[in-house]
Design a protein around this ligand. Structure first.
Ligand code: S3P
Length: 736
C-alpha cells in the first residue's frame, strides 16, 4: 500500500453497505482498485456498470490474494463460511474487517476457522444504513457524519486498527472503539430491538382480517414506526440468531415497559401514563445529544457553531429575554421533592435547566413540558425519588451538578453525576467537602473534578458551615442536604450571594431563617407544591444592557427582568460607569422583585469595580469587560478569582479575545485591568463558554470590523434565542 492510499480493496457481498464503502473510498481518492465479490453475476455486472468496482471476481480465495484490505459485508450468517473460503488466499499481511451488526459472532467464526482470532482481523460496524438494499442503492455519502464502531481485541495489530480507522474516516465517518460484548448489548437495544418490533408489528397487523383497511388508512404513525420492517429479512434473521442472548434480554425489558403502560391505560392512571410519555418525549426531543453522550462519552463531537458579528448594528425596541436560569433549575428540584403539582411559567428552555429536568425524569419524576415556558412538576415528596437507570449526565451545568450533589447525598440509592468537557474540569471539592462533613459518602476524582460518585443510605448530620468562597451553588448544596439532616444546618457566606434557594424554599412552605450572612434551616420538614412565575434572567438581559449603553442612539426596554438585590451588580456597575439605566414599574412576582429596565446610550467611563459588587454580578463580567473596552479610561476588577473556574477561565479567555481586538487588557490573578479604546476586527475563541460568545457579539457594536467567534453552540445552555433577539433589536450576527 502506498502512503495514504489503498492499492487493492476487496468488497465481499456487494450491496448497499459494501458498495457505498467502495464508492466513498473512490470519491475520496483513497483506493486504486476495488474488487467486488458476490455470488450473483448480475450484482457484479451492475457494480462494474455503476463504476462501484473495477474488477469482478466470483472466487473469494482468488480475490483476496495480495489485497491491502478485505471488507466483509455479506449477511453475518455466512461469515464463517467466507473466512474458510478466504483462508488459502490470506498471507497475514492482508487486513480483514467487516460491517456486521453483531460482533460476537465474527470473533467466534474467526476462532473456529483459525484456532484463534488473527491479529489482522478488525471487527467493525458502521451505524449507517437504510431500509434500501442492493448495489443499486450505493451512496458514496452514506457514511458522512455517521459513527463507525470498531471492536478490536487485545491482540489486534495496531497498524491494522489504524488503517481501518483511516478508511472509515476517509468515508466521512467518526470512528469509535468499544469492546465486543458492550457493542452487542448496546446494538441489541438501539437497533436490533426496534427492528424486531417493526417486523412483529407489521406482521401482526397484516394477519388481522381487516388488514386491507388498516393499511389503507395507516398514515404517519404506522409509516414512521414501521419503515424498518422493509429491511432485508435474511440479514435480520442472521442478526437475531447471532445476537440472541442480548436481544432476548432487551425484549424482556421492553415487555416489562409495555406491561407498565398497558396497566396504566387499563387503570386510567393519568399520572403513570403522563410519566411514561413525558419522559419519552423529553428524551426524544431534547436529549438525543445527551443520551448519545451517555453511550459514547468522549467520542461524541459537538455541533460546531461560529458567530460572525458585524459592526454597525442598532439597539432599540422592547424585548423580554428568557427566564432566569437559577430559578428554573430550582423550580424543578423543589417541585420534584414537593407534595402536589407545581406549575411553572417562564421556565428557561435552555440546555442547562433541561439537564436538571431530565435528571429528575431519570429519577422517576413526572414532568410535563416544557411547552412555551410552561412546566408541570408532579412532586414525589422528600423521599419519593427513584434510582436513575445510569449516571446522571448534566451537560455544561455547574448548578445542576452542585445542587444535585446536596440532594443526592441524602437519598437511599447510589448516584453518579457526569458532565461535558468544560464541566468535567470544574472544581467539585467545594461541595464534596462540606457534604462529607455532613456524613455523606461522596467522591470526586483525585483532583476534585467530576464525575461525582455518591453512595446512598448515608444518614446526614447537620452542619454549621463557614463558606470559604462566596458561592450560591455551595450554599444551596449544603442547605438542600440540610433538608434531610436531623437538626439545624446553617451556612455563613463571606459576601452576599444570590438567595433564590432560600426564597424559593419559603415559597414551598419550608421555613428558612436569614440573619445577616447566615442562612439556616432545620431538616425533616416537607415542601408543598406552589406556582412559580420565573422572571426574565438579568444575566441574559445584561448583554442587552451593555449593548444599549455602548451604542450611540440606542434606546431599549427590557421587560419583566428579575432584580433580586443579590443579582443587580450589573446595573450598579454600569451606573457607576455613567450608564443610563432606569428601573421602572417595580413589582413583586412570586417572592422575587421584578422590573422593566430602560437603557439608553451613554458615554461610559472606566472605574475601579467595588469588590462587594463581584458576587452580585458574577456571571455578567464577560460583557462588563466589553463595556470597559468601550469606556474612557481604565477599568480595574479585583477580588474576582472565581471567574477563573466558571464554564471557562473567563479572565484569561476574555483578555485573549480583547487583546486580539486590539484592546489593552491585562489579566491579573483575581481580575483584569482594561484600558478603554477602540476595537478592531479579529477571530476570537469562546472556549465553549456561552457568556463569552454572547459578549463578543455585543462587542461588534463598537468594533471596526467583523468579530468571528468560534465554538458558540453552548449559547443554547442559557439563552437559546439570543441570536433572534439580538437581530430583533438591530444587531448584525450571522450563524454558521
Ligand atoms: C448560580 C450561582 C453562581 C453562578 C451560576 C448560577 C446558582 O455560581 O455563577 O451561573 O444558580 O446558584 P457560584 O455560586 O459558584 O458563584
Amino acid at each position: 500500500m502506498s502512503d495514504q492510499v489503498f492499492d487493492r480493496v476487496v468488497v465481499v457481498g456487494l450491496g448497499l453497505i459494501g458498495g457505498s464503502f467502495a464508492a466513498a473510498l473512490k470519491k475520496a481518492g483513497r483506493v486504486q482498485q476495488v474488487i467486488g465479490v458476490s455470488r450473483s453475476k448480475s450484482t457484479l455486472d451492475k457494480g462494474l456498470e455503476l463504476g462501484v468496482i473495477d474488477q469482478a471476481e466470483p472466487d473469494i480465495a482468488k480475490a483476496v490474494v495480495g489485497a491491502d484490505l478485505v471488507m466483509l459485508t455479506a449477511p453475518i450468517g455466512v461469515t464463517q463460511t467466507l473466512l474458510e473460503k478466504m483462508k488459502p488466499g490470506l498471507d497475514g499481511k492482508t487486513i480483514v474487517t467487516d460491517a456486521g451488526s453483531v460482533k460476537g459472532n465474527v470473533v467466534a467464526a474467526a476462532k473456529a476457522v483459525f484456532g484463534e482470532v488473527p491479529n489482522w482481523l478488525v471487527p467493525g460496524h458502521p451505524i449507517a444504513g437504510s431500509e434500501k438494499s442492493g448495489v443499486t442503492a450505493t451512496n458514496p455519502s452514506l457514511y458522512e457524519n455517521h459513527k463507525v464502531i470498531l471492536t478490536p481485541l487485545i491482540d489486534t495489530d495496531n497498524t491494522a486498527i489504524e488503517k481501518v480507522r483511516s478508511a472509515w474516516q476517509w468515508c466521512g465517518a467518526e470512528v469509535i472503539t468499544m469492546d465486543v460484548a458492550h457493542h452487542d448489548s448496546v446494538l441489541a437495544a438501539t437497533s436490533h430491538l426496534p427492528h424486531l418490533l417493526a417486523f412483529s408489528l407489521v406482521d401482526t397487523l397484516a394477519k388481522e382480517d381487516e388488514n386491507q383497511e388498516i393499511f389503507r388508512y395507516a398514515a404517519g404513525g404506522f409509516r414512521d414506526f414501521t419503515r424498518i420492517a422493509s429491511s432485508d429479512p435474511t440479514m435480520w434473521h442472521d442478526i437475531f440468531i447471532a445476537n440472541k442472548d442480548a436481544i432476548l434480554e432487551r425484549v424482556e425489558h421492553f415487555e416489562n415497559g409495555l406491561a407498565d403502560i398497558k396497566a396504566a391505560v387499563e387503570a386510567g392512571d393519568s399520572n403513570a401514563m403522563l410519566g411514561i410519555m413525558t419522559r419519552a418525549k423529553g428524551a426524544r426531543d431534547h436529549f438525543t445529544k445527551m443520551l448519545a453522550k451517555k453511550a459514547y462519552s468522549s467520542a461524541m463531537t459537538e455541533k460546531q457553531i461560529t458567530f460572525i458579528a458585524k459592526p454597525g448594528g442598532q439597539v432599540s425596541g422592547t424585548i423580554r429575554v428568557p427566564g432566569d436560569k437559577s430559578i428554573s433549575h430550582r423550580s424543578i428540584m423543589l417541585g420534584a421533592l414537593a407534595e402536589g403539582v407545581t406549575e411553572v411559567e417562564g421556565f428557561l428552555e435552555g440546555e442547562d435547566a433541561l439537564a436538571t429536568l431530565q435528571a429528575f425524569r431519570d429519577m422517576g419524576v413526572t414532568i410535563e413540558g416544557p411547552n412555551k415556558g410552561h412546566v408541570k412538576v408532579f412532586g414525589v415528596g422528600m423521599d419519593g425519588l427513584k434510582p436513575p437507570p445510569g449516571p446522571l449526565y448534566v451537560g455544561n451545568s455547574g448548578t445542576s451538578m452542585r445542587l444535585l450533589a446536596g440532594l443526592l447525598a441524602a437519598q437511599r440509592f447510589d448516584t453518579e453525576l457526569t458532565g461535558d468537557e468544560s464541566l468535567s474540569k470544574r472544581p467539585m471539592k467545594r461541595v464534596a467537602n462540606p457534604l462529607a462533613e455532613m456524613n455523606a459518602q461522596i467522591e470526586t476524582q483525585a483532583d476534585g473534578t467530576p464525575p461525582i460518585k455518591i453512595k446512598g443510605g448515608a444518614k446526614l448530620k447537620p452542619l454549621q458551615y463557614d463558606m470559604p468562597m462566596a458561592s450560591a451553588q455551595v450554599k444551596s448544596c449544603v442547605l438542600l442536604a440540610g433538608l434531610y439532616a436531623e437538626g439545624e444546618t446553617s451556612v455563613v457566606e463571606p459576601a452576599p450571594t444570590r438567595d433564590h434557594t432560600e426564597r424559593m424554599l419559603r415559597g414551598f412552605g419550608y421555613p428558612v431563617t436569614t440573619e445577616g450572612p447566615k442562612a439556616s434551616l432545620s431538616g425533616g420538614g416537607k415542601l408543598t407544591a406552589t406556582k412559580i412565575d420565573v422572571p426574565a434572567d438579568i444575566s441574559s438581559a445584561a448583554f442587552f444592557m451593555v449593548a444599549a449603553s455602548i451604542t450611540p442612539g440606542a434606546d431599549l426596554l427590557l421587560e419583566h427582568v428579575g432584580i433580586n438585590p443579590t443579582r443587580i451588580g450589573v446595573i450598579n456597575i454600569l451606573r457607576a460607569m455613567g450608564g443610563n439605566l432606569e428601573v421602572l414599574n417595580e413589582r413583586e412576582v412570586g417572592g422575587e422583585p421584578v422590573a422593566d429596565i430602560h437603557v439608553k446610550h451613554a458615554p461610559l467611563k472606566g472605574i475601579n469595580i467595588p469588590e462587594d459588587q463581584v458576587p452580585l454580578a458574577i456571571d455578567e463580567f464577560p460583557v462588563l469587560f466589553v463595556a470597559a473596552a468601550c469606556a474612557e479610561g481604565e477599568t480595574r476588577l479585583t477580588g474576582a478569582e472565581e471567574l477563573r473556574v466558571k464554564e471557562s477561565d473567563r479572565i484569561q479567555v476574555m483578555a485573549d479575545g480583547l487583546v486580539a481586538l486590539g484592546v489593552d487588557a491585562q489579566p491579573t490573578p483575581d481580575g483584569i485591568v482594561i484600558q478603554g479604546g477602540g476595537m478592531g476586527s479579529a477571530t476570537v475563541e469562546s472556549h465553549g463558554d456561552h457568556r463569552i460568545a454572547m459578549s463578543f457579539v455585543v462587542a461588534a457594536l463598537r468594533s471596526e470590523g467583523d468579530i468571528t467567534i468560534g465554538n458558540c453552540a453552548n449559547v443554547a445552555t442559557s439563552f437559546p434565542d439570543f441570536v433572534d433577539l439580538a437581530t430583533k433589536v438591530g444587531m448584525n450576527v450571522d450563524v454558521q
